[in-house]
Ligand binder design. Structure first.
Ligand code: NAP
Length: 283
């Protein structure tokens, strides 16, 4: 099988895991990468994850058949629009950003580009960042969401989903709007709850006391509060509309629980907890 040229812009946790995963799958891609941090590129070359560390974005995308933007959410559009101008004709350009509506709507109307954009989001990750945290099996068995629209060129969509399928991902398709509404609920809201809970506890206890006495409950619930603050700032700002709506729902639910407790209504409290347990056990 003849190899094609893949360019990865941003070689941190996600970009690095794509490179390692393709290598381990023996996928026929010649991989060039570019990152603003040269250490990430050095580590990837040492690990044999990439064929070429490009010294500039221009060199990285020259001759590429497929370009993956694996940079922080708010960097995707400014960088992506520049790349659309210089990408080879017919190239497919995709991203891995955790939000989709604003990225897809800005990228799809990139002026005078002969490349095609397809939005995407792999549903896999860890609290760690950088190439050092990258893993070859990160996407194996994990969902990958592609968000094509009526403007998407079918061949570009197929090239992108083909690459993710070769990493072992399970491919799902939905609109960018549907994606952002869904992830506001199942990912962004839990992160905000974890950040808020850690803030609440640490404003009243000193960290040593927390460390000494916390059991599985606090640890399980707050694991994701150790996630990258810049990444989460970007996600919140970019998906503000959907996240505010989900936060209102959570605040209403907590207010209801508070009222029920203040009234000492044990039966109602038990009913709330039973309903949640039933739902949790059925998922
Ligand atoms: P990361 O480990 O911090 O990697 C991002 C890399 O991109 C860093 O090395 C960064 O360098 C580099 N970069 C930033 N701006 C750049 C630019 N203009 N040109 C070239 N390189 C640039 O972050 P990540 O966790 O891989 O996240 C990347 C994307 O994946 C984000 O959009 C995120 O929403 C998405 N995502 C993350 C997860 C997760 O769990 N982490 C899961 C799914 C999707 P510097 O460090 O020098 O800025």
């Amino acid at each position: 099988m003849s190899s094609k040229n893949l360019s990865i812009i941003g070689l941190g946790l996600i970009g690095g895991s794509v490179a390692l995963g393709l290598r381990s799958a023996g996928a026929p891609w010649r991989i060039t990468a570019y990152d603003t941090t040269s250490e990430e590129l050095d580590l990837a070359v040492e690990a044999g994850a990439i064929d070429h560390a490009a010294p500039s974005m221009e060199e990285a995308v020259a001759g590429a058949d497929l370009i993956i933007l694996a940079v922080p959410v708010l960097a995707i559009v400014p960088l992506g629009l520049k790349i659309m101008e210089i990408a080879p004709a017919g190239a497919a350009v995709t991203d891995v950003g955790s939000t989709k509506e604003s990225i897809v709507s800005a990228m799809e109307v990139a002026p005078s580009s002969e490349a095609s954009f397809v939005g995407g989001h792999p549903i896999a990750g860890t609290e760690d960042s950088g190439f050092a945290a990258a893993r070859e099996d990160l996407f194996s068995g994990a969902p990958y969401i592609t968000t094509p629209t009526s403007r998407t060129r079918e061949e570009a969509a197929e090239a992108v989903t083909g690459l993710w399928a070769s990493l072992g991902s399970r491919i799902y398709r939905m609109s960018p709007e549907e994606h952002d509404r869904l992830f506001a609920l199942i990912s962004h809201l839990p992160h905000l709850a974890a950040f808020g809970l850690v803030g609440t506890v640490l404003s009243q206890l000193d960290p040593e006391e927390v460390e000494r006495f916390t059991g599985g409950g606090f640890r399980d619930f707050t694991r994701i509060a150790a996630s990258d603050p810049v990444m989460w700032r970007d996600i919140c700002l970019d998906n503000q509309r959907h996240i505010l709506r989900t936060l209102d729902h959570l605040l209403n639910e907590l207010s209801f629980i508070r009222e029920t407790l203040a009234e000492g209504d044990g039966e109602a409290l038990q009913h709330i907890f039973e309903k949640a347990r039933r739902l949790k056990r059925s998922t």
